[in-house]
Design a protein around this ligand. Structure first.
Ligand SMILES: *[C@@H]1O[C@H](CO)[C@@H](O)[C@H](O)[C@H]1NC(C)=O
Ligand SMILES: *[C@@H]1O[C@H](CO)[C@@H](O)[C@H](O)[C@H]1NC(C)=O
Length: 363
């Protein structure tokens, strides 16, 4: 548009402005290049480097995931959430992490005393005792409400739980429309064909379509979760309503409900064993991403596991049902696996650094 002639006649001021504009444009470009170089180590492979810069920038932005932690206002849930959020903040910006923002989806219907400490959205529990005392049935309903009312910048969502600790920076393990999940050894759709068929009719496909997973941990595209979540509510309520299914699935009913609901939408998960480790069964942290401390860790003073029998040394989240564990828990005796030592050290680090650990308690 600005030809030679036009430039010739342009005022010096305009020329200076043009030059300045060009300088800033190249300066910005340079910053983007440097920024991309800095963040391209490791997980972003060489193939992504040669893509046009703009697209790369888009990709990097879109591959972020929002951490969504479903929780209640019970002190037992609260202290775990505080530790969880502490470690989120520590690993979020480390190289290799694709973490975006964080939301505690509080499904007890009322604000609690952690609203200032942890970004929180309050949603309602299921109406009129539909959960029949099985409190985790509220999770799918919590996701439906949260997805409806929240503005979520990230394109992906990590569904997380209070007893998760981020032990290594977690990249987005999903790939496009394929979410990533953790294979649980006790979720066995093929061995429960008769029951699964009540909710996953034959015309949908073989029961092996159903992944051996629960909803957490899962990293999934937000648009897919928006489709699956209402079905997940529906399937979990119907499963709970069916005595045979309720009996067979027990405390993992809601996990089966997610697995079935996602299969009903034709969604299959990439199964990542390194997503999570579960002390005391998994012995080494290695390159896994999340410590899930749902199992009690009981040892004698020789460092031998006494699972199911209270150990001379123990760490079990269920010892702290009515309030937080004290700061500075004693470390396990020699011989105990690294995963357990790491867990206790991470709990201790969090409780030492969270202000008001012992005082801000009752929900
Ligand atoms: C679940 O879905 C089925 C079939 O689409 C429908 O008939 C039923 O009313 C739904 N149940 C609930 C509790 O929403
Ligand atoms: C933690 O406890 C150990 C004994 O188990 C003690 O030696 C240490 O000084 C304590 N640290 C803090 C910060 O209280």
């Amino acid at each position: 548009m600005i030809g030679r002639k036009g430039l010739g006649r342009a005022s010096p001021v305009l020329l200076v402005l043009l030059a300045l504009g060009f300088f800033f444009a190249s300066y910005n470009l340079l910053t983007v290049v440097i920024h991309n170089k800095a963040s391209s180590s490791g997980l972003l492979g060489a193939d992504r480097l040669i893509k046009p810069m703009i697209q790369r920038y888009e990709n990097a932005k879109n591959s972020k995931y929002h951490v969504a932690l479903t929780a209640t206002d019970a002190p037992y849930s609260q202290w775990q959430c505080r530790i969880m959020y502490y470690w989120y903040k520590k690993v979020k910006d480390m190289p290799g992490s694709d973490m975006g923002k964080f939301t505690r989806v509080l499904h007890s219907g009322n604000a609690d005393n952690l609203m200032e400490e942890i970004p929180t959205v309050v949603v309602d529990p299921l109406p009129g005792g539909l959960d029949r005392g099985y409190i985790v049935l509220n999770r799918p309903w919590a996701f439906v409400q949260w997805l409806e009312k929240a503005t979520i910048e990230e394109e992906y969502i990590l569904m997380a739980e209070p007893d998760h600790i981020f032990v290594n920076p977690l990249p987005n393990l999903a790939h496009g429309n394929s979410p990533a999940g953790y294979p649980f050894f006790y979720i066995k759709p093929a061995e429960n064909e008769k029951i699964i068929r009540k909710f996953y009719p034959e015309e949908k496909g073989p029961v092996t379509d159903i992944d051996p997973i629960g909803n957490s941990p899962v990293i999934i595209k937000k648009s897919l979760l928006e489709e699956i979540a209402p079905t997940w509510v529906n399937v979990s309520l119907r499963m709970k309503d069916d005595p045979e299914t309720d009996k067979a699935f027990g405390w993992v009913l809601e996990m089966y409900a997610y697995a079935v609901a996602s299969a009903l939408h034709g969604v299959q998960h990439i199964l990542r064993k390194d997503f999570m480790l579960q002390p005391p069964w998994d012995l080494e942290v290695g390159k896994t991403f999340i410590i899930h401390y749902t199992y009690g860790c009981d040892y004698n003073l020789k460092g031998e596991l006494t699972y199911g029998k209270i150990g001379e040394w123990r760490f079990d989240k269920r010892s702290y049902l009515s309030g937080p564990p004290p700061r500075n828990l004693s470390l396990p005796p020699p011989g105990v696996p690294e995963s357990v030592i790491r867990l206790v050290k991470m709990v201790n680090e969090a409780t030492a650094n969270i202000p008001g650990w012992n005082t801000l308690t009752s929900g």
